[in-house]
Design a protein around this ligand. Structure first.
Ligand code: DGJ
Length: 677
């Protein structure tokens, strides 16, 4: 298998141990190639002529790094092209490091992390278009001649409109279990551009990097600019294997926090009561999640404010003190009550932002991004502004938000870190005039630096990455977080779709799935409580509704789901994912399963997405089991009488499949699978 990867790599121009680097530079590469690197020297010259000065190889436990040290023949510019190749699975990372010793700064006008070529053929490209509340819609087309550009220009988030990931299917449209497949994601949280240039000879040249739009980087002498890593997985058997490689890589190489820690089952207050926080309501919600068997409670937006109250989304960001009009006794009684009920406590913050209606903005108007002489462009609530994360004082302020909270309340176990506004005022009061075009990048460098400080001091706290839902679903930020809020669209039916592509790159323990209310506030849809619970059970399970408005039946079903989820939590959060029936395939169902490494335990899910009489539903063929073993399938999350268990061989389950009992609109089923004794 390894040999095959190497052959593929050579084919794609990803250097192996013997081949040369493959990275078009402006000035001396073929003029018809789009450049991956374009630099303007201090004297105005825009060309580079690089030669290989050295090749360095470094082997670590999990990977081998190969670095091409390139120098310009005329200018003191050094480019290090870095390629990391993993030993245990078909995964690579590539990035570029550039530095110089010219007398004055040089300008990086294009600085891609990586470039590779896919040979001509029946190649299809999928990218993940979307919007707020509709993240990650797979959009696929056959690559024809010409250039495709996938980009995001939000500035603070980068996964709503289009995510920084693409998949190439080399043998026709993308399939889950067939075909040579290359999946790539840029590990960056800011603006990016992914380009695919199909030339006249049918070769597909892929480039990925930070977007240079309004973002040409001024590089001072002796400074080293390191691009984000481009992570690439390869499979000869479709998307599913690429996903399992990504999941393993994320867990084994520090791309997510606490990769093997069981994630707690929680209730979040947001969609239940929004800003209407009171001590009584918080205590009631803590009691409710405790009664249903949960483990953590998160008090969302609305708990803070001084001069300005946070009663809606237009005020008080930055004024991170408890609003004593809502919580007269502060946070401690809530935390104490939670602990008395065996529940851990979590809290929402949105640290990188403020509102025009805030004490912070009144005191530090120069801490927000703004263009001198221009009217402020306002975000959420028509008042929200982005803090200048390039400014070390602002970085300290953001660090202190977390530091003050946890030093004052050491029992805070969970933080939800939100980001709800785009970077719309393109100006930093902190950066010098001649470095304003560094802003888009320096913002994220400042954010990462701050998160590194937070993680160094608070390695244990669980932190959720939220950005109006899944706006920051990227591996640039995930190394500092445990999980993400996949979408603000928490309608369980839509969540089947949104989760499907989120799981292409991110493991299930990072994907927060919450039982929402019905009818759902965004779609008006009524969904059975069992369906909503079953959907939450294939991610990091939680609830997000007004627990006081739940019927007795809903409470009983949720308690059952929580109890059963505890049994399967290691499988969901650590197991191998097999997506079985895509909700995008118009087969009226969606199905997936997780299997443990030993192939002795698994969990299978099935959902009816629409129902008409006489609709034909295919049997679902399971995956990842041992053909020679006999398995027992027992229903989970059932209140009352369960169906009789199914006992079949792994071979039958995988080759013939089974009929899922999905006989009505929004029917759903969860089977715990174990070895038949
Ligand atoms: C956007 C998030 O995605 C929601 O879950 C919630 O936390 C709100 N912000 C709060 O303002």
């Amino acid at each position: 298998m390894k040999t095959k990867w190497s052959i593929l790599l050579l084919f794609m121009g990803i250097p192996c141990m013997t081949s040369a680097w493959n990275y078009p530079v402006f000035g001396t590469s073929n003029v018809l190639d789009l450049p991956a690197l374009l630099v303007q020297h201090a004297n105005g010259d825009q060309t580079l002529a690089l030669y290989t000065a050295a090749v360095e190889t470094d082997t670590a436990a999990q990977y081998t790094d190969k670095v091409y040290v390139l120098r310009d023949s005329l200018y003191p510019v050094e480019v290090r092209l870095c390629y990391r190749s993993y030993t245990a699975y078909a995964m690579w990372e590539m990035w570029m490091e550039i530095s110089h010793q010219e007398k004055k700064p040089i300008l990086l006008k294009r600085f891609d992390s990586g470039h590779f070529t896919i040979p001509q053929g029946n190649v299809w490209m999928t990218h993940f278009h979307g919007d707020w509340a509709a993240e990650g819609t797979p959009t696929e087309s056959k690559l024809e001649r010409g250039t495709i550009s996938i980009q995001n220009t939000d500035g603070t988030r980068n996964a709503h409109v289009d995510a920084p990931s693409v998949v190439f299917a080399l043998d026709g449209p993308l399939e889950e279990y067939h075909g040579r497949t290359v999946a790539a994601t840029l590990c960056w949280s800011g603006n990016y551009e992914l380009r695919c240039n199909t030339t006249n000879d049918g070769q597909h040249h892929f480039y990925a990097g930070i977007s240079p739009q309004a973002s040409e980087y001024v590089l001072s002498p002796k400074e080293t600019f390191i691009t984000p890593h481009l992570a690439v997985a390869y499979s000869e058997s479709g998307m599913n294997e690429c996903s399992r490689i990504f999941h393993r890589w994320a867990r084994e190489t520090g791309r997510i926090n606490h990769p093997s820690m069981p994630r707690p089952i929680l209730l979040n207050s947001w969609e239940g009561i929004y800003f209407d926080i009171t001590e009584e309501r918080m205590i009631a919600m803590i009691d409710d999640i405790a009664d249903m068997g949960g483990e953590l409670f998160v008090m969302d937006d609305g708990w803070f404010g001084g001069k300005y109250a946070r009663n809606t989304d237009n005020a008080a960001l930055g004024d991170w003190k408890v609003d004593t009009r809502k919580l007269p006794n502060g946070l401690q009684p809530l935390i104490d009550h939670a602990h008395a009920r065996g529940i851990r406590f979590g809290i929402w913050i949105e640290p990188e932002f403020t509102n025009t209606l805030s004490e912070l903005f009144e005191q530090h108007p120069d801490w927000v991004l703004r263009v001198h002489g221009r009217k402020l462009r306002l975000g959420r609530g028509d008042t929200q502004l982005v803090l200048d994360m390039t400014n070390p004082k602002v970085q300290d302020f953001v660090f202190n938000i977390v530091d003050n909270l946890i030093t004052t309340y050491p029992d805070i176990a969970y933080i939800k870190w939100d980001a709800n506004t785009s970077l719309e005022n393109y100006g930093s009061p902190y950066l010098p005039k001649d470095k304003q075009s560094n802003l888009y990048i320096a913002y994220h460098q400042g954010l990462q630096k701050t998160l590194q400080r937070i993680r160094a001091k608070y390695p244990d706290v669980i932190i959720q990455n939220c950005a109006s839902g899944g706006g920051r679903a990227n591996y640039g930020l995930m190394p500092y977080f445990d999980e993400m809020w996949v979408s603000d669209n928490n309608d369980a039916l839509q969540r089947l779709f949104i989760w499907w592509t989120a799981s292409y790159f991110f493991p299930a323990n990072t994907l927060a799935q919450h039982v929402g209310g019905s009818p759902y506030h965004m779609t008006g849809r009524n969904l059975p409580i069992k369906f909503r619970c079953d959907v939450a059970m294939f991610g990091r399970m939680g609830l997000e509704l007004n627990s006081r408005h739940m019927s007795q039946d809903e409470q009983v079903q949720c308690a059952q789901a929580i109890q059963d989820y505890k049994q399967i939590r290691p499988l969901v959060q650590q197991g191998n994912l097999y997506r079985l029936v895509s909700p995008y395939a118009d087969k009226h169902t969606m199905s997936l399963m997780f299997v443990n490494d030993q192939q002795t335990e698994a969990v299978l899910y099935g959902f009816r997405t629409d129902f008409l009489k006489q609709q034909y539903i295919e049997k679902v063929r399971l995956k990842g089991l041992d053909a020679d073993k006999t398995y027992r399938l027992e229903e989970l999350d059932v209140v009352g009488k369960k169906r009789a268990p199914i006992v079949l061989s792994g071979k039958t389950l995988m080759e013939e499949g089974i009929d899922l009992p999905l006989y009505s609109d929004f029917a759903s089923v969860v089977y715990k699978i174990s070895i038949e004794k």
